[in-house]
Design a protein. Structure first.
Length: 382
């Protein structure tokens, strides 16, 4: 593992990912789960086995105080906690397996399969990543296949609960972009200057997302520019992407994000801001922005943390806005090596005349108000 890769696991995720690295050798295993595919991986490490097989999982239960609608993590989950279930295991639970092949110092491949609650109400496994990587030099590489979009600080490891301090990345930010991967090609170049490492990625491809009505939404011409700068405990990340979406008029969609984290070891803080620009079927421009600030402290095997996040519309679409602010606090307990327990409480303040990100809303349910969410979960890697 290179120092850059180790740094990514310690500070690369917006919700305090750094905790995994602070746990010592146990967190090194996580490198094989997500950042092994990251741009920090060196192809000429002699100790790499030809094949590596790893896995990760989360067992979670979520309760919502709102009985007239469901709390979900993404808008691709049809049901959740609240109206459908008093306590739901579907919001956060998932299981993943990853096979990595290092065929030569230049050539490697990865296959990751994930089972989680999906649009059709099942846990049918699907291929999350599947790509072939060729490193022309240790700092210049090309990947072809299904590649994770580096849209957020936590893009590479958002599904690996063990790599997050919090129960989940803030909903107000991470559900603004349904695309998580692209079938195509990307080129990565790293530049070193003293103790500063800068990774720049150019990506082009296409992607299909199936919504909760069973309709495939196709995105073509997905083009992205992503940049990550690391210096000591500091990580800065920026992303910009465009795409053509077949259910929009005009089809153009745009997304941008800026994020940073600082993790000197005993404590950490992170923040991220995102903006999504789309058009509805009638050609009306829809612009939304989200942000969060997150921080915590490490006290032995315990990590208390707090998060404030917000999602708000920047245009008037003439319909109920998707607006909310969430105050969250919780505790992570690293119970044993490669396994943690988490308890988190969220209070969602829905905007005026808004249901926020709640789904499956029952007729007659009043908008606005406050919703309390309780999350219990266990995360593991192997």
């Amino acid at each position: 593992m290179t120092s850059a890769a180790s740094k990514m696991m310690r500070t690369g995720m917006s919700t305090g990912t750094a905790t995994a690295a602070a746990r010592g050798k146990g967190a090194l295993l996580l490198l094989a789960l997500a950042p092994l595919l990251s741009h920090a991986a060196e192809p000429d490490v002699p100790s790499q086995p030809m094949y590596a097989f790893n896995g990760f999982g989360t067992l979670g239960m979520v309760h919502s105080s709102e009985r007239g609608a469901d709390f979900v993590f993404t808008n691709l989950q049809p049901l959740g906690a609240g109206r459908s279930h008093d306590w739901s295991a579907d919001v956060d639970s998932r299981f993943g397996l990853q096979l990595t092949g290092n065929f030569s110092p230049q050539l490697s491949a990865v296959l990751q399969v994930v089972s989680e609650y999906r649009w059709d109400g099942t846990y049918t496994p699907y291929v999350n990543w599947a790509n072939l990587k060729y490193a022309l030099t240790p700092d210049f590489s090309v990947r072809v296949g299904r590649i994770a979009l580096a849209s957020f600080l936590a893009s590479d490891s958002r599904k690996v609960g063990y790599s997050n301090v919090t129960a989940r990345p803030p909903t107000e930010v991470y559900r603004l972009l349904a695309l998580e991967d692209s079938d195509g090609i990307d080129v990565v170049y790293r530049l070193h200057s003293g103790d500063v490492t800068n990774s720049t990625t150019l990506l082009y491809g296409k992607s299909t997302v199936t919504n909760t009505r069973g309709i495939d939404v196709h995105s073509t011409g997905v083009a992205g520019l992503f940049d990550t700068l690391q210096r000591g405990a500091l990580t800065l990340h920026a992303a910009y992407q465009v795409r053509d979406v077949d259910n929009q008029n005009p089809p153009l969609g745009r997304f941008m994000s800026f994020g940073s984290s600082y993790d000197p070891g005993d404590w950490f803080v992170a923040a991220e801001w995102v903006k999504a620009i789309n058009f509805n079927a009638t050609g009306l421009k829809v612009v939304r922005a989200g942000w969060y600030v997150n921080g915590g402290w490490r006290i032995g095997n315990f990590t208390p943390y707090v998060t404030v996040s917000e999602l708000r519309p920047l245009t008037d679409t003439g319909v109920a806005p998707v607006a909310q602010r969430t105050y969250a606090g919780g505790m992570r307990w690293d119970l044993v090596r490669n396994c943690d327990l988490k308890l988190q409480w969220d209070q969602i303040h829905l905007g005026t005349n808004s249901y926020g990100t709640l789904q499956n809303i029952a007729p007659g349910t009043p908008p606005g108000g406050r919703v309390n969410i309780i999350s219990l979960q266990a995360d593991f890697i192997f």
